[in-house]
Design a protein around this ligand. Structure first.
Ligand code: ATP
Length: 361
């Protein structure tokens, strides 16, 4: 059972600038008064009552806290403390100063596959550890992969945001809808029983984007994206993958596999020849191949623009919801599973698509 402190967080920490925002609150820099050490505070609004759609259920926050408490790994954001008041829960976590990995890469002139693999290895090590504890993240995407310090010679990767994570009990059947269309595995869309393999699919998508600046399943609409995923409709367009090694493509192909049990695990990824080459020829191939930087920068700029746009529309929706709450009694709904990030219609689209697909089969 997660232990939340009831003291006022401001008595122990000075609250400073905003570092980022999510659906349920802000992340701010905080300074521990006793030591002067800087941390990040994740302020999560709690749902006020059964009829409210604003804020998170306490059990959902407890789940995130319990999972973070059970994870201690250099590539996973560490949790220090948790405070609770009537209206919110504050998670005091390790301050991650280096920003998002994708932003860091986008600033580079050029990057070989060997350089990119160093970052990917860190992600895989964090995920291997998490999966060894039967924990799935279920929201792996570029926004949740950060760098500890981008000025360090070998910056360390930190996986953040365990708001969708789940710890599997033995023999448990777990289903959950949610996530960001571009990165979610087909079994999530099909509402099948999930396993930690869903994270491996997302790593396949992230790697594909990292190398080419293209998103493998992206359609014109969320619905088209989800359909492309369940139909496994993707290809390595020669124009975008001209600088990519065959080993890298093989790595991706072994992750974008529909059958969960046939997908590579994090453990297997770490010994794939692209990640851990065995011969000189394999090493040379990796060094000769590079990231399509021009296209990657374009992808990243569009992604950032979309994030800001979604943040503004999320704020607008929140304002509208607050107004509605005053006049209407709203139906009970679990917002966390419906809105794992700033995409507008993702879960609605997913359930719509599922209904359509099952009607047509
Ligand atoms: P979502 O609505 O996507 O579930 P969330 O409310 O769970 O978001 P996070 O994704 O954990 O919040 O954090 C929101 C943003 O705050 C991140 O995208 C990141 O920019 C920033 N952030 C989160 N954790 C840290 C940290 N430990 N150090 C620095 N910045 C952080």
């Amino acid at each position: 059972m997660a232990c939340f402190k009831l003291e006022n967080v401001e008595d122990l920490y000075e609250i400073r600038e905003v570092l980022g925002s999510g659906h349920f609150g802000q992340v701010r820099e905080v300074c521990e008064r006793a030591t002067g050490i800087l941390w990040a505070g994740k302020f999560l609004k709690l749902r006020r009552g059964a009829g409210s759609r604003l804020g998170l259920e306490k059990e959902i926050v407890e789940k995130e806290v319990e999972i973070l408490q059970s994870l201690q790994h250099p590539n996973i954001m560490a949790l220090k403390d948790v405070f609770e008041s009537k209206a919110e829960v504050v998670l005091i976590v390790e301050l991650i100063r280096g920003g998002e990995l994708f932003d860091f890469i986008a600033e580079k002139e050029s990057l070989t596959e060997t350089d990119a693999i160093e970052f990917l290895k860190h992600v895989l090590e964090g995920v291997r550890y998490m999966h060894s504890k039967h924990i799935g993240h279920f929201d792996l995407k570029p926004e949740n992969i950060m760098l500890s310090d981008k000025r360090a010679p070998n910056p360390n990767i930190k996986i953040i945001d365990f708001g969708m994570a789940h710890c599997f009990l033995q023999g448990e059947e777990y289903r959950c809808m949610g996530g960001t269309p571009q990165y979610i595995a087909p079994e999530i869309i099909n509402n099948e029983c999930l396993s930690t393999a869903a994270d491996m699919w997302s790593i396949g998508v992230i790697t594909y984007i990292l190398l080419s600046g293209l998103s493998p399943f992206q359609g014109e609409t969320n619905e088209e994206t989800l359909r492309n995923i369940v139909e496994l409709k993707y290809q390595f367009e020669p124009h975008y993958f001209s600088q990519t090694s065959s080993m890298a493509k093989d790595f991706i192909q072994k992750l974008l596999v529909k059958e969960q049990s046939e997908r590579m695990t994090a453990e297997e990824c770490l010994i794939h020849p692209w990640i851990k080459p065995l011969t000189r020829t394999q090493i040379a191939k990796r060094n000769r191949s590079s990231i399509n930087m021009k296209n990657f920068r374009m992808f990243n700029a569009k992604r950032k623009w979309k994030m800001s746009y979604n943040m503004v529309s999320a704020c607008n929706r929140l304002c509208k919801l607050k107004l509605d709450c005053k006049t209407n009694a709203l139906e009970k709904q679990d917002l966390r599973s419906c809105e794992s990030d700033q995409e507008d219609t993702e879960t609605k689209t997913a359930s719509l698509l599922r209904r359509r697909l099952s009607n047509s089969s």
